[in-house]
Design a protein around this ligand. Sequence first.
Ligand SMILES: Nc1ncnc2c1ncn2[C@@H]1O[C@H](COP(=O)(O)OP(=O)(O)OP(=O)(O)O)[C@@H](O)[C@H]1O
Length: 573
Amino acid sequence: MYLIRLLVTSSWKVIVIAAITSLLSGLTTTGIIAIINNSEVEPLGVNKLIIIGFISLCFFRFISNILSQTLLISLAQEVILNLRMLLSKRILESPLPHLEKLGNHRILATLTDDIQSISSVAIILPRVCVNAVIVISCLVYLCWLSPTVFLLILVFLVIGIGSYQLTANKAREFLGLAREQQDKLFKEFRGITEGTKELILHETKREILLQDLQETAQSYRHENVVGMSLFAVATSWAQILFFVAIGIVIFLLPTLNNAQSHVLSGYVLTITYLIVPLDSIMTSLTTFSKARVALDKIKLLDLKLMSADEDSDKDRLSLTTSNERQTQTNSISHELPQSEPLIPSLQLQCLELSHVTYTYQNEIDDSVFTVGSIDLKFYPGEIVFLIGGNGSGKSTLIKILTGLYSPVDGKILLNSQEINAENTDWYRQYFSVVFFDFYLFENWLNSGKIISDGQIHDYLVKLQLDDKVKVNNGVLSTTTLSQGQRKRLALLSAYLEDRPIYVFDEWAADQDPVFKNVFYTQILPDLKQKGKLVIAITHDDQYYHLSDRIIKLNNGKVEHEILPEINLLLNRC
Ligand SMILES: Nc1ncnc2c1ncn2[C@@H]1O[C@H](COP(=O)(O)OP(=O)(O)OP(=O)(O)O)[C@@H](O)[C@H]1O
């Protein structure tokens, strides 16, 4: 099981100590029961050794129990932390088309609910471990008291566990179905959070969404109720089997083998003591099943949670202590990284797409949309406009160009070096991109560079944002601005990255005429003058003349290229 593997690999030393202390805790508990048992035969006052033994066992039980619980709790929290980090890392390592296919709702459901389900296991795991040790040591003690009673209990335990499993498997199926409904719920929740304005304005749309939501929520409730009820049936059945076993020991066994009353009370006391931890283990199995459903779901997302290269993660995770990681996590959110090793030291000479194609497969109607085959070359100090109608493939081409999509055919060459799986991440560091649906990271404005707040303020003045936004240690005072203003901040963020290639996806679309003019007549020429390659998707035909080249796409193909200075550029790579 992933969780157990993760647990074992992340902190085996803590596990060994926790296991020893759990064992001690369980053994001392059984020892206490044994002493109480014996006290019926030999009064406590008579044998001082027994009293000392009893007090010592109580003391050891107290210490070992606290130790094992705290160690296992810290271990469980370590697992949660590792799992959170691992999942987030895996998501960010997954190819973009795969994540797009999954959809944000599924990823969100996993990052929130699935991790929560798995975390629940990690939280109850310490109790389960201690209880398991108590059960095992009680069984061993029972075997020592009477092998017959032990065998009887064992037979009932096997029947109980077997029948529990059968019902639990069915219950798990229902929990799996409930989990499917949860994905749908998250999709509908996204409709509520992202389409709030439309829903408030439109009564019919609102009613349809609420109706869909109700249907999904009802299915979710139904599958969960059936699944959990089946678990309740399985647990109750296993418990009652155990009571039947006690009944046999109390009422039937004495008539069969004439057991003495003090021996009998020993069995009953031990068996009675077994009930609580066993019951607790049985109840915990529901949580384990939920976690298994969550892990199955994560597996289905194909995030390669335990892929071949996981070892490096585990090494990294186990080499850093939780405190160190805490410090790292805090510093990520509040400080700026001092260096960015992936930033290329080489300058751009030429970027080439050679017979590049990319195909979307529509899974519903099996239709395909192909971008390419595309042959293009780009050079530093160029301003290239990418134009074309809606759906002509501009954004797709940008994703191929920036290394977010891998071409299904053809190749990308940077300074004549072919881009492949090994160097894609390095290649991507050449780009600063402001996507149409950009995301503004408010505290990473200065990422990878050490630029003073004063310099950033100067840029804010140029972007006419200085009266709205202040900057302190590279962190913006606010990002609650208009869409156009937020886009200016995204531009500033890209600008500060100072990479060789700038890509803008309809950046100017929501700018006012004055600032649109600033963008085309000042910002783009400024980047060009700095030797940057600028590729901009645009529909602003009044500024087309300011580009060095215009590439027009139609239905995924380059329809034509307007190349005023192409003859000068042709032999540059
Ligand atoms: N994630 C996707 N899955 C399947 N098909 C897609 C996906 N994204 C885009 N497409 C298809 O690819 C075509 C090109 O889309 P793309 O976003 O590249 O166009 P565009 O030129 O940027 O359009 P616009 O100007 O409207 O932004 C679309 O017609 C669409 O059918």
